[in-house]
Write a protein that binds this ligand. Structure first.
Ligand SMILES: *[C@@H]1O[C@H](CO)[C@@H](O)[C@H](O)[C@H]1NC(C)=O
Length: 444
């Protein structure tokens, strides 16, 4: 029993010991303060110490000096440094501190209170790295580290169905992102194994910012499928989702009102909505619905031709009603886009308005009538010819057969390709060619 107990105690002791050993390196990592800064904004690197009134603050990035600052009271130390020749008051000290980098500064008032926080103005991708805050006080040396990550968060995600290239594809794109984000695709209902996305990530040479574009081929045999593109920031701090649904074609005759569907997915609450129309290249704005004012604004060109129930939009129904549509003006692709932070949803509907207008109705059938008559005449003529040859052929099959064979023979003799290999003089080649090509044109 006692042996067992001591064994348990030993085990426990080892367990605790090993757990403590495991923890020590982690504890060191935790000493680094982690800071994620937004590109083009100020980056704040915290550092606090016990002030003594005679303090020298130095900041390093990957062991390269960024800034040095001497508090107003530490005049003697300044002389000891040797680097600084001018001897002025506190204001000058701050200036000297900024000498290393115009964008880096510490606040003298804050340093006096033991706050050596470094402010990096308008930070960029180059400011990433491990920083060291080194403060020499009368009491000793304080040192701490700050790990800086730099990020340009996504502001929007664009998704479209592109019909320009040979095959139709769905394009998902984002701009001004840093670092390069991850892109994943899904479909609803699931068929993502059929998607073979091609993703390009291009960095701007000057700013270092990324432009991301991912494409998948449109799945032909999956009508009304929803394509979902997810873009997650490299640090996992945020994720944007865009989805696109291709609606079944809507068609109707000219002059009759039709409804073009547009429904928001369940996970999109109180979105902004816009409708556009494409006929060729440039999309034309139809209307936008503002979720704050709960009102829609319409392009004057469309005022007489579209209607949307603004009360239904918050309920997820942004369907558009086309009034008195015209074949030429209103046949095209209608796109509705719901957008909210981190989420957009697009629906595309091809609309065909057919000609049945009163003026042209008399013209159209007359054309078809002519075509029908021509076709029947052709069919009758063909049938007559067939019966004629059948009758004639049944009587004169032996006489007919040699005729085509002699024709083929004469053709074979005159072809230039067969004569060329036998000829040695190059002059004769164009002669033969000329003869054969000339003869049919003369006949005609
Ligand atoms: C330290 O100083 C910075 C400015 O240099 C300021 O933004 C921050 O709030 C200060 N921190 C404290 C704890 O006072």
């Amino acid at each position: 029993m006692s042996l067992k107990r001591t064994g348990v105690w030993l085990l426990l002791f080892f367990f605790v010991g090993s757990a403590m050993q495991d923890k020590t390196p982690e504890y060191h990592n935790c000493q680094d303060t982690h800071v994620t800064c937004v590109i083009a904004e100020d980056c704040i690197l915290p550092c606090s110490f016990q002030p003594s009134g005679h303090d020298a603050v130095r900041w390093f990035r990957q062991e390269v000096a960024v800034l040095s600052f001497l508090s107003a009271g530490s005049e003697e130390e300044k002389e000891d440094d040797g680097e600084d020749k001018e001897e002025d008051e506190g204001d000058e000290d701050e200036e000297r501190g900024q000498h290393y980098d115009d964008r880096a500064s510490v606040s003298p008032e804050q340093v006096a209170r033991g706050n050596a926080t470094l402010v990096l103005r308008e930070c960029g991708p180059k400011d990433r790295g491990r920083y060291r805050c080194h403060v020499t006080t009368l009491a000793g040396v304080h040192e701490s580290h700050v790990l800086v990550k730099v990020e340009a968060p996504l502001h929007s995600l664009h998704m479209e169905l592109s019909r320009l290239s040979g095959f139709e594809e769905i394009k998902c794109s984002a701009r001004h992102v840093y670092p390069a984000p991850h892109v994943t695709w899904e479909t609803d209902p699931p068929a993502s194994q059929l998607l073979r996305p091609i993703t390009r990530k291009l960095a701007d040479k000057q700013t270092g910012m990324y432009e991301v574009e991912s494409r998948v081929r449109r799945l032909r045999h999956h009508p009304e499928i929803t394509y979902i593109c997810k873009v997650t920031s490299s640090y996992g701090t945020q994720s944007w989702t865009a989805s696109l649904r291709e609606r079944a074609e809507v068609s109707g005759p000219e002059g009759r009102d039709i409804s073009i569907p547009c429904h928001a997915p369940d996970d999109l609450h109180d979105p902004f909505l816009s409708w556009t129309f494409t006929q060729g290249q440039d999309p034309a704005h139809i209307l936008t619905y503002d979720r704050q004012s709960r009102s829609s604004s319409m392009s004057p060109l469309w005022e007489d031709h579209v209607q949307m129930d603004a009360y239904r939009v918050p309920l997820g129904d942004g369907s558009l009603r086309l009034l008195d549509p015209d074949h030429q003006q209103h046949t095209g692709v209608y796109t509705c886009v719901y957008s909210a932070p981190y989420r957009t949803h697009t629906e595309e509907t091809e609309v065909t308005i057919s000609h049945v207008a009163d003026k042209r109705s008399s013209l159209e059938p007359s054309h078809w009538w002519i075509v029908a008559v021509v076709i029947t005449l052709l069919v009758i003529a063909l049938a007559a010819m067939l019966t004629y040859f059948k009758v004639k052929g049944s009587f004169s099959t032996p006489r007919k057969q040699p005729e085509p064979s002699t024709e083929m023979h004469s053709v074979k003799v005159s072809t230039p390709e067969e004569m060329i290999p036998g000829e040695r003089s190059p002059l004769t080649v164009p002669n033969y060619g000329g003869d054969t090509t000339d003869s049919p044109s003369k006949d005609a």
